[in-house]
Design a protein around this ligand. Structure first.
Ligand code: IVH
Length: 668
């Protein structure tokens, strides 16, 4: 039993190491779970067998009552900061001078500066003993109960010759994905969100209940050692770091060693800045250390930081500023987005004066008012985000969604069950119309290469193009007369319009800008219905049967094609010479009108019985009078009372040209 038990402990610890340290699991979840169950069963029956390195010992039985103070045997230091290359180089230049060396002759080691909290973990004869926070550097707090739950912290060092004592120092942090998940769940449960991964990690470690810590995916990566009673004579810092990985600790990603030359520092910073966005954890800078321990010793410390290491901080990503106003922007599909106007601040290396607020729910969640002092966060190149209110303003003003669209004055509505408010102006709203044209012409859709956003805005504002169909009526002088354009560039625009005219059905559907229907949704619709008339005729139910199309998208498609204005624009596109390739395969046209009732009225240029026969072939019943049940009325010349009745009942109406385009061309 003892042997089986020890083997289980060793296997599970090995698998934990592979999974949490090496990111390289070798067993299935099922096998892992099965072994953990076996282990727990043995421990329940034979508590005398339980060893301190058993994985069951990571989560202690109950929360602690209070934090015990722990005095660090070797002080936990801090680092001096540098905010530029000059400062960094100068730091090592000074160190080199003191040593009577040239900076180029110093060997440096660079590590990402992990954004979490410093922890010292003590091992006695290879077994986890206790872990403490940094505190004031001299005295910290015992947080063993929580640190033991971190799976990348070995409970037993992976060596047969453990040092008598080892104090591993490093950073506990929460990976970005774990932080986002934690906040998502907090939001769903209407509980408090953490401001950033560092606060989440610190908040988790500085609480009493190890069960909470165990549920949150924290990690530990060492950056050095404090006390060490062992046999190895380390020569360099990198040697220590390698030793720690052999003991079972995670490796800090992107560590480099190089000479302390100016050029090498420039290159290293460039590499690290790029690596940063791809890393799974937040880093707030780069730590440069002199690699040789003898040189470190010779330099020593000033105050609380070493003279052999410096933190080159990235420009702050989080700063405070004041919310001056909130504007409401109207997007392509009419969604109205609140945008924060800020007192300009320098953050993440640039001055910003706007930040996104997403939607009104987010404003409520933040408890935000105009005039408040707020914290904003800018990561990478993305638009800065308002994170929280720091101090409510003295004359704070509530943020209210306007009742009417700030661009076209149409009524603003909120769709039930959705966070977004929308302008109901549709394509008669200038903001939506211009964005709609831009979407249509964009690379993903009609790919009109020389018709960019700026040119569209110019043409739209001058009233030269109002709809996507107007693109095809543009002539040389319309463009050549605009500022910054000549005959040649105008011709290029026209050429690219011409070249874009033949497309695919899925691309055209996506280009139409039906709310929620993106590139993939449009392709799925095209694949299902094969041709345009079948899409126009599709019912809500038909659309809901398309893989990946949900009820909102399906309704938007039906509503879009129900709107005569939209169908007219597509008819204009056809007249302008836009063509598309249907999807290959059996056209589902045969009975596309099954279950529908159509009415023909007015004078048609094709014989009425032919039109009737065609509709019947497509599965429709052709009736003589209009009722609420009528699916569609085809209105020819001089249509009279039936047309009027259809209008009053809100029945779908198409003209003959549309009818011909929808069915006749294809049917013959
Ligand atoms: S070395 C004597 N290396 O940054 C040197 N610190 O601002 C001690 N940190 O308290 C620190 N990543 O919590 C070092 N690769 C790294 C680090 C790192 C993050 C933290 C650590 C330290 C703080 C100093």
């Amino acid at each position: 039993m003892q042997k089986a038990y020890s083997e289980l402990v060793a296997s599970i610890n090995q698998w934990d190491h592979e999974y949490f340290v090496l990111d390289n699991p070798t067993v299935s979840d099922a096998q892992y779970d099965q072994c953990v169950r076996e282990l727990l069963a043995i421990e329940a029956e034979h508590p005398e067998l339980i060893t301190p390195e058993s994985p069951s010992q990571r989560v202690g039985a109950k929360p602690i009552d209070e934090f015990q103070k722990i005095e660090h045997s070797v002080k936990m230091l801090s680092l001096a900061n540098a905010f530029s290359l000059e400062e960094t180089y100068h730091f090592f230049e000074k160190a080199a001078k003191e040593l009577d060396k040239s900076p180029e002759s110093l060997m440096l080691f660079s590590e990402p500066k992990l954004d979490g909290l410093a922890i010292s973990i003590h091992y006695d004869h290879g077994l986890f003993s206790y872990a403490a926070t940094r505190g004031d550097g001299q005295v910290g707090e015992d947080v063993s109960h929580n640190i033991k739950t971190i799976k990348s912290v070995p409970l037993k060092l992976a060596t047969n010759h453990p040092p008598e004592k080892l104090d591993v120092r490093g950073e506990v942090f929460m990976p970005k994905a774990a932080f986002e998940k934690l906040n998502r769940v907090a939001q769903q449960n209407a509980s408090k969100c953490f401001v950033n991964p560092r606060n989440a990690a610190a908040g988790t470690i500085r609480q009493m209940n190890p069960k909470i810590a165990a549920e949150r995916d924290l990690q530990f990566i060492p950056y050095g050692i404090g006390d060490y009673h062992g046999d190895i004579e380390f020569k360099t810092h990198s040697q220590i770091m390698t030793y720690l990985t052999t003991l079972g600790f995670r490796k800090n990603p992107h560590c480099y060693d190089f000479s302390g030359s100016y050029d090498a520092l420039v290159e290293n910073y460039r590499v690290m800045e790029q690596a940063r966005t791809k890393l799974p954890m937040e880093i707030d800078g780069i730590v440069y250390k002199i690699n040789e321990l003898a040189v470190q010793m010779a330099l020593g410390f000033i105050a609380r930081s070493p003279k052999w290491a410096i933190a080159r901080k990235f420009p702050a990503q989080q700063v405070t500023t004041q919310l001056l106003a909130v504007d409401f922007q109207v997007g392509r599909t009419g969604v109205i987005t609140p945008v924060a106007r800020l007192a300009p601040v320098f953050v993440g290396g640039v001055t910003v004066s706007n930040a996104t607020l997403h939607n009104m729910d987010e404003i409520d969640r933040l408890g935000l008012c105009i005039g408040d002092d707020i914290e904003i966060h800018r990561a990478g190149d993305v638009i800065p985000k308002v994170v929280r209110v720091i101090l409510p303003g003295t004359h704070r003003k509530p943020i209210v969604m306007p009742e009417r669209c700030p661009v076209c004055d149409a009524v603003v509505e909120r769709t039930i069950g959705q966070a977004a408010f929308r302008c109901t102006g549709g394509l008669s709203c200038a903001a939506q119309a211009a964005e709609h044209i831009r979407h249509y012409a964009s690379r993903k859709f009609m790919n009109i290469t020389n018709l960019g956003s700026k040119l569209i805005a110019l043409l739209y504002n001058k009233g030269i193009i109002k709809t996507i169909a107007d693109i095809y009526t543009l002539n040389i002088s319309d463009i050549a007369e605009l500022e910054g354009h000549g005959e040649k560039s105008a011709q290029n625009v026209l050429d690219s319009i011409e070249a874009s005219k033949s497309t695919k059905l899925g691309t055209l559907i996506g280009a139409l800008g039906i709310p929620e229907v993106g590139e993939e949704g449009a392709k799925a619709i095209a694949r299902q219905f094969k041709n345009y008339p079948a899409i126009v005729a599709a019912s809500l139910d038909d659309l809901m049967h398309v893989p990946d199309i949900g009820p909102i998208m399906a309704k938007n498609v039906v509503d879009f094609f129900k709107d005569e204005k939209n169908r007219a624009i597509i008819a204009d596109l056809i007249v302008a010479g836009v063509t598309w390739q249907d999807e290959p395969g059996e056209a589902v046209q045969e009975q596309i009108l099954a279950g529908q009732t159509w009415v023909l009225t007015g004078t048609l240029s094709i014989p009425r019985n032919e039109a009737k026969a065609l509709l019947e072939r497509l599965g429709a019943k052709v009736a003589g009078s209009v009722s609420k049940k009528t699916s569609c009325v085809v209105a020819g010349q001089e249509a009279g009372s039936k047309l009027a009745k259809a209008e009053s009942l809100g029945v779908k109406i198409i003209d003959e040209a549309m009818f011909v385009r929808m069915f006749v061309d294809d049917a013959q």
